[in-house]
Design a protein around this ligand. Sequence first.
Ligand SMILES: [Zn+2]
Ligand SMILES: [Zn+2]
Length: 237
Amino acid sequence: MKVKILFDKDNKNKKLHVGWGVSFLVDGKILFDTGENGFWLLENMRILNADSASIEAVVISHDHWDHTGGLWELLRKKEGLLVYGCPNFSLEFKEKVKRLKGKLIEAKKVTEIAKDIFVSGEIEGKYKGEYMPEEALVVKTDKGVSIITGCAHPGIVKILKTVKGNFPKESIYTVLGGFHLVDKDKREVELIVDEFIRLGVEKTAPTHCSGYEAQEIFKNKYRKDFISVNVGEIIEV
Ligand SMILES: [Zn+2]
Ligand SMILES: [Zn+2]
């Protein structure tokens, strides 16, 4: 299955907007997160031939501006769009989705939203002392399950273990997204990489709030199985 990087912090094609937050298009039809800015997202989609008409649903990982920022322009463009969120997202978020005529689905538990594409369900997390629920996207192929994360505020290892618990027979193929390791020191990141290996994660694609230093640590350990993430590129999972 193909994951197209619509928005993130790095690009090779300088025409494409970059910034804070992520937006990944899965199998041409499920959009995971929307980056920080709707106009930038729509402009990247236009350049990358990602037609908003083919988007069946948007999955929002968590209620932070750099993940929800592009959602509002999309809803204005596409009334009635399905939006998956967690039950404990803020009232403000839920009301804004409804005001813009999006159809909000709050998935508490793991849910299949398209063939072989799942939301993880709400995973408890914290951000600056505040409760911050988050969900990941899970894609199942004959290579195993791949996990796509927003910021991983609950902890990237906790997310992997939650998904593994829901898909006990599957191996983990790729983990892509924000791992939120910017504030961790080298030793802590190394222990997390060890956990990835212990959990049998085959390929890693850390980006966004993973931090460049942590990216390097993953790169050194995973070598050919490290994937660098650039806007406009496609990652096969
Ligand atoms: Zn973020
Ligand atoms: Zn965040």
